[in-house]
Write a protein that binds this ligand. Sequence first.
Ligand code: ADP
Ligand code: MG
Length: 251
Amino acid sequence: MSETVIETVQLKKTYPGKVATPVLFGIDMQVAAGEFVAIIGQSGSGKSTLLNILGALDVPSEGLVKINGVDISTLTDDGLAVLRSQVVGFVFQAHFLLEELTCLENALLPISIRSGSATTAQTAWIGDLLHRVGLGEQLHKYPDTMSGGQNQRCAVVRALANQPKVVLADEPTGNLDSRSGEDVFRLMREMSAEIGVAFVMVTHDERLAGQADRTLLIEDGLMRQVGKRAGVAGAGQTGTDIYFPAQIAGK
Ligand code: ADP
Ligand code: MG
């Protein structure tokens, strides 16, 4: 059995306020190491709310959240900071690269923040990843001289810099045309397989969701599985795309 990197038990979220907004009514989900999971659901269904809670950017109203085997409600502020910077990587709809840093410097930033500066080996590794995602010519360019798709590919490499267990991606292709969106998606799939990092990707694009190992739908505050690719462990719907065994191999 492969290791579980995300587990929630009866996770509930209600935003307090004059009129409380109940959003999540009891989410039970598990993501295995290296797995690629897509989350779909209508606008306002609670996808970002869930991702923010999984990344410890927000807290649940009730229920258990375990990331990499640890109940995150037991973590101190320092423990939470480590979780957010080293265990989890984030990709948002906007790339949030720093305009005053080059592509390479942006991708290295999580390492620089963690260790003061990147080693030669770390710089070489990140440089290699950037080459492999088609940014070999862009290493020393600034974000405002790169395309939206190039910036987002750089943001994906940045999310991987500290070799997290899981990358949480909230509509990472939402600002891109379909071709660039597919490039970014393919890159995430390849990195997931190669580095053994799990991805949880929120998307509106059902075609991309259909290429994930599993697709989970949030509806009426609850979650259910609506798709599964051929060859992925367990019963369920089968997909028609090529199956990459490394993607679900436990690491
Ligand atoms: P999605 O990402 O699926 O579009 P969200 O998780 O952003 O949905 O929002 C789910 C619901 O929670 C929406 O009704 C939204 O208005 C509400 N909501 C989101 N964030 C807050 C907040 N900080 N305070 C109050 N309500 C919120
Ligand atoms: Mg959202």
